[in-house]
Design a protein around this ligand. Structure first.
Ligand code: URA
Length: 211
């Protein structure tokens, strides 16, 4: 696909997201938040769901978590946000920022899948446990964050790079350290270094923590 064709296809996905009214959160949202960025991005970053600022603007990661994401992208990778593509598992704000429900994740799945297929990035960075679980089910984020692995997704191999959610990094200093360190590992990956070896056996699913 040419860049123009990719952009048109992404615009079409965004239009569908905006017109969809099949979920309660799609009806209560001020704005749908389909995602945005470079149609030729090497990296797609996938968060959880829009928060208040995203709902008000229709743009992903524009609040405090977004500021941290932008700052770290710039400092660690020398990338501005328009060089990557940023989106979420769920495209509408859940009330009071509650966790997304399974039917909400399922209803929004088609659009994220299409965005990935259109952009065909080298690396999918998952931010938080909901987006991680889409590609690497049954593992604990504390056990696998910062470790790249190849995952077959719709007939294509992608490098999945799980990271803590930036909101979690903002809440706890230890996670901030890990968040920044993981960006350093991502930089190595982009520089062509092979992915670090991942544990053979997945850890037990995480039950309690949010991210
Ligand atoms: N948190 C997310 O997961 N996504 C956003 O777009 C904003 C905050």
């Amino acid at each position: 696909m040419t860049t123009n064709e990719k952009q048109q296809a992404l615009d079409q996905v965004a239009q569908e997201v905006k017109e969809f009214k099949g979920l309660d959160i799609a009806k209560t949202a001020t704005n749908a938040v389909p995602g945005e960025g470079n149609p030729n991005a090497d990296i797609i970053m996938v968060g959880e769901a829009p928060g208040r600022n995203e709902d008000l603007t229709g743009r992903p990661f524009v609040g405090q978590a977004g500021k941290l994401l932008e700052k770290t992208l710039q400092e660690a990778l020398d990338l501005t946000r328009n060089r990557v593509f940023i989106t979420n598992i769920v495209k509408y704000r859940p009330p009071e920022n509650r966790d997304p429900f399974p039917d909400e994740i399922e209803a929004c799945r088609q659009w994220l899948d299409q965005q990935i297929e259109i952009i065909s990035p080298k690396i999918i960075v998952t931010l938080g446990r909901y987006s991680m679980a889409k590609f690497i089910p049954g593992v604990s984020i504390s056990g696998v964050h910062g470790q790249a692995r190849f995952v077959d997704f719709k007939g294509k191999k992608y490098i999945i790079f799980p990271m803590y959610h930036p909101a979690a990094a903002l809440r706890a200093g230890s996670m901030m350290t890990q968040f920044v360190a993981d960006f350093g590992r991502l930089k190595n990956l982009l520089g062509g270094k092979p992915p670090e070896v991942v544990p053979e056996k997945p850890k037990e699913p995480e039950q309690s923590s949010l991210f």
